[in-house]
Write a protein that binds this ligand. Structure first.
Ligand code: NAP
Ligand code: ZN
Length: 364
């Protein structure tokens, strides 16, 4: 076991602050990574503030972060895919049983025995797993992904959650040329959804509550932009979409979007508001429309998405911040004021003190 620097929240109402955490010594299948960048997902905020208490209660202290890019510093004796010095990435998953039908199908995100990167029982050290707002992490090799060499590293980190979460349902529902695709909410996930739908050849329409994001939406790859609070603009698109990806972090009326689907169209929810959404039955019945959800993606598909990004030169538009600005970034997320993902430059953690219970020591 060794100490790593990190930022954690002590309770649902505490700001994130500097701390030190335990990381395990490497087992034969482990990879140790020096974290260079970690994206800030709205899920980090939901979790830190215990907004998903009914489904996934937060255990404190909580160290969030599941959009990790870094450099390998050490590998266990059985690791063959990585060596010290390699670039490496870690997303929302750090373990699964490897034997269930879901794992066998390469869909580790559905494994009944998966381990998420943070706030999940830690099989090695007890307590819960700690995420990427830290200077280092130890992860089983199967869950470490390769980073295409041509991509900017800060812009790559958000691909590990915002990227795969939007890529996976688009592949599942066959988004491609000749289709009309909507993306609701131009935040971290939404802006990646726009880039992927555009790269896959679809006609892309962005729905936003922020008129100021219109030019950006077009630059990111949208063909049209709808201000969703304008009923006339919405009505013009009634019954016309093959697929809509809803990436809104707060409560909103999804019936307004279901009615925009054509026959057999699908709306996939990736946004995870804390309160139940209400759905009008006739919106689905008329037109045989479907409503689904989708969580992140499996390892093979995450690597496929990273390679797709390498080939198409796709990264996230990031605002790189030092970790000391993380609390401010959370407040801005709540105001939809992110262009379009905050990404922490982990070098900023170097100067922090290592706080331990009742003690602090100089950084080294
Ligand atoms: P984000 O960067 O904060 O973006 C959310 C966007 O939603 C905002 O930028 C805003 O876009 C829109 N929005 C916010 N409040 C709204 C409201 N009251 N009504 C309508 N639109 C509103 O968040 P994110 O990181 O992309 O995450 C989005 C959601 O996906 C979160 O709930 C997160 O937990 C969830 N998530 C799910 C998965 C999964 O596996 N399914 C993975 C990661 C994240 P406009 O300004 O354009 O309106
Ligand atoms: Zn996430």
């Amino acid at each position: 076991m060794y100490k790593a620097k990190a930022y954690s929240a002590a309770s649902a109402s505490s700001a994130l602050a500097s701390t030190s955490i335990n990381r395990r010594d490497l087992t034969e299948h482990d990879v140790q990574i020096e974290i260079l960048f970690c994206g800030i997902c709205h899920s980090d905020l939901h979790q830190v503030r215990n907004e998903w208490s009914g489904f996934m209660p937060t255990v404190y202290p909580c160290v969030p972060g599941h959009e990790i890019v870094g450099r390998v510093t050490k590998v266990g004796s059985a690791v063959t895919r990585f060596k010290p010095g390699d670039l490496a990435a870690v997303g929302c998953l750090v373990d699964s049983d490897g034997i269930c039908p879901e794992c066998q199908a390469g869909l580790e995100q559905f494994c009944p025995n998966l381990t998420l990167t943070y706030n999940f029982p830690d099989k090695h050290l007890g307590g819960v797993t700690y995420g990427g707002y830290s200077d280092s992490v130890v992860v089983r090799d199967r869950f470490v992904l390769r980073v295409p060499a041509n991509l900017n590293l800060a812009g790559t980190a958000p691909l590990l959650c915002a990227g795969i979460t939007t890529y996976s349902p688009m592949r599942h529902w066959g988004v491609g040329k000749g289709q009309k695709v909507g993306v609701v909410g131009l935040g971290g996930l939404g802006h990646m959804g726009v880039k992927f739908a555009h790269a896959l050849g679809a006609h892309v329409v962005v729905f936003t509550t922020s008129p100021g994001k219109k030019d950006d939406a077009l630059r990111l790859g949208a063909d049209e932009v709808v201000i969703s609070r304008n009923a006339d603009e919405m009505a013009r698109h009634a019954g016309s979409f093959d697929f809509i990806l809803d990436a809104v972090a707060a409560n909103h009326d999804i019936n307004a979007y279901i009615s925009l689907l054509r026959r057999d169209g699908n709306l996939t929810l990736v946004g995870a508001p804390d309160k139940p959404l209400s759905v009008t039955a006739f919106g689905l019945i008329m037109g045989r429309r479907s409503l689904s959800g989708s969580p992140i993606g499996g390892l093979a598909e995450t690597q496929e998405m990273l390679d797709f990004c390498g080939q198409h030169n796709i990264t996230s538009d990031v605002e790189v911040i030092p970790i000391q600005k993380v609390n401010e970034a959370y407040e801005r997320l709540l105001k939809s004021d992110v262009k379009y993902r905050f990404c922490i430059d982990m070098a900023s953690l170097k100067g922090e003190f290592m706080w331990t219970t009742g003690l602090c020591g100089a950084a080294n």
